[in-house]
Design a protein around this ligand. Structure first.
Ligand SMILES: *[C@@H]1O[C@H](CO)[C@@H](O)[C@H](O)[C@H]1NC(C)=O
Ligand SMILES: *[C@@H]1O[C@H](CO)[C@@H](O)[C@H](O)[C@H]1NC(C)=O
Ligand SMILES: *[C@@H]1O[C@H](CO)[C@@H](O)[C@H](O)[C@H]1NC(C)=O
Ligand SMILES: *[C@@H]1O[C@H](CO)[C@@H](O)[C@H](O)[C@H]1NC(C)=O
Length: 703
């Protein structure tokens, strides 16, 4: 933030400054932005064709030099007469991806012609074997070295050094600058293609040479520690030098660059020089871009700054103060808006994180394919809206949902307070997800939240069978053949679960409300395993049994034993309810008819089975009705081993084998010994309006 506003402020300053800009005259002080107009002597690869000074181009083992034609006179009269100051902007574009070429230097030399003695490669076009480390060369250079040479004891391929007489620097440092915003040194990549400012200041009285760097458009870094009105700069390099010992009376100032087998394009984009202190500051807005052809072919190597165009921060030269302050206002408001958006985003994120939070443990990883995110289920059901509610029962509410793919799903939210046994239960869900049968409601997956389990099923457009069977207003009705078809379908699904799958699966809660009807009104068995979940999750400590009265086999209510026989018992009750169009236990019925199997048996004893048939049925076949009712009673026998298996049941249903006759007395039929008063009491104490009698689960105490 501060950085953004800081640079905005900087641009206002620059904008005002440009109005008063006066070009310095040639001589002991000058400022150049367009080097074509500068009075330079060039050699080697150096050119000023585009405006900037290009020292080296895409040529191997070459040098380039550019010296100001007019000499600078350094008289020995006073120490301060050796003072000079210069500021320039350079940009180095590597032409290979992980190397930069050799580098370049600001040079103060007694001669403008370094073409003979300056060698390419690591000599930077300044020194060679003959003149190197020989005080007779009188050369001072500040090198921007982008090549690591062990020969020259170089620190790295990214350093700045002060060279006196020799390419071996008297002092050097890794390229970096003092970042005033962060209050610390920040490293800088010389060959990044980015424009970098450099200040070289020598004070003859102090006998100190300072070198300071900063990326454009950062102003010259000043010390934040001192509260003086003129704060001293924070140089990268500061070296005590007696220039009166080095310089000749007449010196030339300029630049040198070199390439070797590795090349780079090296540019000087602006240059201000003054003999004496206080060279004019460069106007960043006046600095032109290097030609676009100079862009590096690949990203520059480490330490890699963000990729950028040569001068991303600089506005075009035409922009004045007005535009800049408009930019400042815009910048500030954009920054403010961005801050607000970030805060809002954070709040929304936290809200959503809570809203969509779910429980996902390490062991669930293997069930990932069957895991749905709560967020997706929430969206699919439009936030579990009331108008997406398909039904509510003892185990929870069921909602319709549509996944982004267009798949219709039913999501059952099962509330629970038991995390114990969850691992095993999820394992069961996962294995149930692999069950495939045309008469099973496909379990697609699940999701877990704290205190809540969500089961995702195929959506069944025609709802549950009990809506049809027990619907008093007769809006929906099923024909006889449709009912027979549903019974057969459910029977084949149970056969699959009991005998045809890789392991025995018990449904545990077969009843009309758990049979769903698909688009073709085929019966599909749903909700398998849920009774087991309640069994495990809620009643871990006891042998209490959960089921639905009227569907529970005597051995189940007495001992809590669940087997395929208990499923068969429930299936028998189911057959009876489909044929008779009423629930196994109906407290509103005449006293002798309250318990359905008891009533059917009594009618059977007097050969009047058809009396029990659903009064809504007009097209039933008497023979089929009798067979089904007999089969229902066969399944309802109190001795589990007398009940048929699902395979046998299917054979009876197909009509291949006729249903055998059985004893129809109450004891052998396992008719529950529940008094009429007890049934009525259980019904009236059910408080929830949503709960029909059927949903009242009866717990048979274990201890
Ligand atoms: C580099 O510059 C020299 C001198 O201006 C020129 O002769 C040469 O063609 C240039 N090479 C490339 C590859 O641009
Ligand atoms: C230094 O350079 C001068 C002039 O080129 C030369 O005469 C002299 O021999 C050199 N000294 C050494 C030590 O190489
Ligand atoms: C060089 O930097 C030092 C601080 O390290 C400062 O005291 C001195 O005045 C600077 N000299 C010049 C010429 O900038
Ligand atoms: C700098 O060098 C000159 C010439 O050799 C000498 O006269 C002067 O005393 C030196 N200054 C310092 C501070 O060493």
């Amino acid at each position: 933030m501060a950085g953004v506003l800081g640079s905005v402020g900087f641009w206002i300053m620059i904008g005002i400054h440009v109005t008063f800009l006066v070009f310095a005259q040639e001589g002991d002080q000058f400022v150049h932005y367009d080097f074509r107009k500068a009075n330079l002597e060039l050699d080697g690869m150096a050119n000023t064709d585009g405006g900037p000074l290009q020292l080296t181009n895409n040529t191997n083992t070459s040098t380039g030099h550019a010296f100001h034609k007019n000499p600078i006179k350094f008289t020995t009269s006073t120490l301060s007469s050796f003072s000079f100051s210069t500021e320039f902007v350079f940009a180095i574009f590597p032409l290979q991806s992980h190397a930069y070429g050799h580098g370049m230097a600001f040079v103060v030399s007694p001669t403008k012609d370094l073409s003979s003695n300056g060698t390419a490669n690591s000599g930077l076009g300044i020194f060679n074997r003959t003149n190197d480390n020989n005080s007779t060369n009188h050369i001072l250079a500040v090198e921007l070295d982008t090549h690591e040479s062990s020969e020259q004891l170089d620190k790295s391929n990214n350093h700045v050094g002060i060279d006196i007489y020799s390419i071996v620097s008297v002092k050097s440092e890794e390229a970096s600058y003092f970042n005033a915003t962060e209050g610390k040194n920040t490293s800088l990549l010389l060959a990044s293609g980015k424009s970098i400012l450099i200040w070289i200041d020598y004070d003859g009285t102090e006998q100190l040479l300072n070198v300071t760097l900063a990326p454009v458009p950062t102003p010259k870094p000043v010390s934040p520690l001192l509260s003086k009105s003129i704060k001293p700069s924070v140089p990268l390099l500061s070296r005590s030098i007696n220039l009166s010992e080095i310089f000749n009376e007449t010196m030339y100032v300029g630049f040198s660059g070199s390439t070797g087998t590795i090349k780079s394009d090296q540019y000087i984009l602006g240059w201000s020089f003054k003999k004496g202190r206080g060279a004019e500051s460069l106007d960043i807005s006046m600095i032109s871009d290097p030609p676009p052809s100079s862009l590096p072919p690949t990203a520059p190597p480490t330490p890699s700054p963000p990729p950028s165009s040569p001068r991303p921060q600089s506005p075009p030269p035409s922009s004045g103060g007005k535009k800049s302050s408009l930019g400042a206002v815009l910048g500030t408001s954009i920054a403010t808006v961005a801050l607000i958006l970030i805060i809002l985003g954070g709040i929304v994120y936290l809200y959503k994180k809570k809203k969509y939070s779910e429980v996902l443990e390490q062991w669930e990883k293997e069930y990932n394919p069957q895991r749905y995110s709560f967020r997706n289920l929430y969206k699919a059901t439009k936030g579990f809206r009331e108008n997406h509610l398909l039904g509510a029962g003892g185990f929870g509410k069921v909602y319709k949902g549509i996944l982004p793919s267009g798949t219709q799903i039913a999501v059952k939210r099962v509330y629970h307070d038991a995390e114990q046994g969850m691992k095993q239960y999820v394992a069961e869900i996962a294995s149930m997800g692999r069950l495939r049968h045309k008469n099973l409601v496909q379990l697609l997956g699940y999701c877990r939240r704290k205190g809540e389990l969500l089961l995702v099923y195929d959506y069944m457009p025609n709802g549950s069978l009990d809506d049809y069977l027990f619907n008093k207003n007769k809006l929906k009705d099923l024909t006889w053949s449709q009912r027979v078809n549903i019974i057969k379908g459910v029977a084949s699904a149970l056969l699959y679960l009991h005998e045809e799958w890789e392991q025995v699966v018990l449904h545990r809660d077969i009843k009309a409300s758990n049979i769903l009807l698909d688009a073709d009104l085929n019966g599909r068995l749903g909700d398998f395993g849920l009774a087991r979940f309640h069994d495990r999750g809620v009643n871990l400590e006891a042998t209490r049994v959960v089921g639905t009265i009227g569907y529970m086999a005597p051995e189940l209510t007495a001992m809590g034993v669940t087997t395929t026989w208990t499923d068969v018992y429930a299936f028998g009750a189911f057959i009876l309810e489909v044929v008779c169009g009423r629930r196994p236990v109906d407290p509103d019925a005449p006293r002798e008819q309250v318990i359905l199997v008891k009533w059917v048996a009594s009618c059977g004893r007097r050969d009047a089975l058809t009396d029990t048939v659903d009064s809504k049925l007009i097209d039933f076949k008497v023979g089929e009705v009798k067979q089904l009712l007999k089969l229902g009673m066969l399944c309802s026998q109190s001795n589990p081993e007398n009940r048929p298996s699902m395979r046998q049941i299917l054979q009876y249903l197909e009509g291949n084998v006729s249903v055998p006759g059985i004893s129809l007395d109450n004891v052998s039929l396992g008719i529950p010994n529940i008094s009429h008063e007890k049934v009525t009491q259980m019904t009236t104490t059910s408080t929830s309006a949503n709960f029909s009698f059927e949903d009242v689960t009866i717990l048979f105490g274990g201890r």
